[in-house]
Design a protein around this ligand. Structure first.
Ligand SMILES: [Fe+2]
Length: 314
C-alpha cells in the first residue's frame, strides 16, 4: 500500500504552499481497483494536514498521526467528518484511549448511546461498552446464533431511529482472524440494473431483533437516502424479517438476491485488526460482519464500542 501524499483540498491550493493555506487529506489509490469504485472525493477541505491512505475501491480510509484521546480542534473534527462521509469507514491506528476518552471522542459526532442507561440513572456510565468473544470465565468461545454479528447487518436497524455510526476500538485481537468485513450498499445500489431499481423503489423492510422475537417491529425504506450526502443505499441485512406487502417467498428471494449482490468482493473492504485500531463506520450505507473463523474459539477478541444515534431513515 502506498502511503498517500497530501494533495490540494481544492483547485488553486498546494501542499507546499504556506502552512496557513487550506490543505486537505490526500488519499492514495485504493489497493483494489477492479469493479465499481467509490468516486474520488477530497476527504476534507479543512485546514488540518493529515496523512491518509485509501483502503479499498469499496471505501475506507486510514488516518494516522492523530491523537484521539485529546479534545479535537474544530478543524480536525471537520476533517474527520468529511473523510467519514466520503469514505464511510475511517481507520485510526495506534489509539490507546480509555473507555471514557472513546465516549468523549464519539460525542464529537452526535449523541452517544449511554451504557446501562436503560437500567436507570444509577447504572449509567458515560463510557464505551465492552464487546468480546469471552464466556463468563474469560475463555474465548465461538457462538454463531441467528442474532450473532457474524451475519451481515447494520447496527440496530430495529430501532425507529437507528444509529448513524458505530466505532470499535481493538483492545485484544487474535494473531490471525477475527476480521471485520464492510459492504458498501451505496455502491451496490448504484450497480443494480435499472429494472431492479424500479422494482425495489418504495419498498419497505420490516425489522425485529433476531435475539428477541417478542419485540415490536419497525419498518424502514429498503432504499434509503443518506441524510447528509443524498446518496441512495440499500438498507437491510440481519434483523430484517421480510418486505412489507410481498408474499413471503418473494420477499425472502428478493432479500437474498440483494444480499448476494451487495456483498460481492468489489463492494467489500475487509479490516484486519491490530490492537489500538479505532474504526468508525457509517451504518446508513454499509453492512458489516465479523468473519467467523476458528480464531474466535482460540483467542481473546475484546473491543470497545460506541454508537452514535441517527435519524429516522427516509
Ligand atoms: Fe455490528
Amino acid at each position: 500500500m502506498n502511503p498517500s501524499s497530501v494533495v490540494p483540498a481544492k483547485a488553486g491550493t498546494h501542499p507546499s504552499a504556506s502552512p496557513n493555506e487550506t490543505i486537505g487529506i490526500g488519499v492514495g489509490e485504493p489497493t483494489h481497483t477492479r469493479g465499481p469504485t467509490e468516486p474520488w472525493v477530497p476527504a476534507c477541505a479543512g485546514t488540518t494536514e493529515l496523512r491518509a491512505e485509501r483502503l479499498a475501491a469499496a471505501g475506507g480510509v486510514r488516518i494516522a498521526g492523530v491523537e484521539l484521546s485529546e479534545p479535537l480542534s474544530p478543524e480536525l473534527k471537520d476533517a474527520i467528518w468529511r473523510a467519514f462521509l466520503a469514505h464511510h469507514i475511517v481507520v485510526f491506528p495506534g489509539q490507546f484511549l480509555t473507555r471514557g476518552q472513546q465516549f468523549a471522542f464519539a460525542g464529537n459526532f452526535g449523541e452517544v448511546e449511554v451504557h446501562g442507561a436503560h437500567r436507570g440513572e444509577a447504572k449509567r456510565y458515560d463510557v464505551a461498552h465492552v464487546m468480546s468473544n469471552l464466556d463468563a470465565d474469560g475463555n474465548p468461545v465461538l457462538r454463531v446464533s441467528k442474532a450473532a454479528n457474524y451475519h451481515w447487518h447494520t447496527d440496530k436497524p430495529y430501532h425507529a431511529a437507528p444509529p448513524m455510526l458505530t466505532m470499535l476500538r481493538a483492545v485484544e485481537v487474535p494473531p490471525t482472524g477475527g476480521d471485520t468485513e464492510f459492504a458498501n450498499t451505496a455502491l451496490a445500489y448504484d450497480a443494480l440494473p435499472d429494472q431492479m431499481k424500479r422494482r425495489i423503489a418504495g419498498l419497505r423492510v420490516v425489522f425485529r431483533p433476531a435475539f428477541d422475537e417478542s419485540r415490536p417491529v419497525v419498518d424502514h425504506p429498503l432504499v434509503r437516502t443518506h441524510p447528509e450526502t443524498g446518496r441512495k443505499a440499500l438498507y437491510f441485512g440481519n434483523h430484517s424479517t421480510h418486505i412489507l406487502g410481498l408474499p413471503e417467498a418473494e420477499s425472502a428471494a428478493l432479500l437474498g438476491e440483494l444480499l448476494d449482490h451487495a456483498t460481492q468482493p468489489q463492494f467489500v473492504y475487509r479490516h484486519r485488526w491490530r490492537a489500538g485500531d479505532l474504526v468508525m463506520w457509517d451504518n446508513r450505507c454499509l453492512l458489516h460482519r465479523l468473519v467467523a473463523d476458528d480464531s474466535m474459539r482460540r483467542y481473546r477478541r475484546v473491543m470497545h464500542r460506541s454508537v452514535v444515534r441517527g435519524t429516522v431513515p427516509v
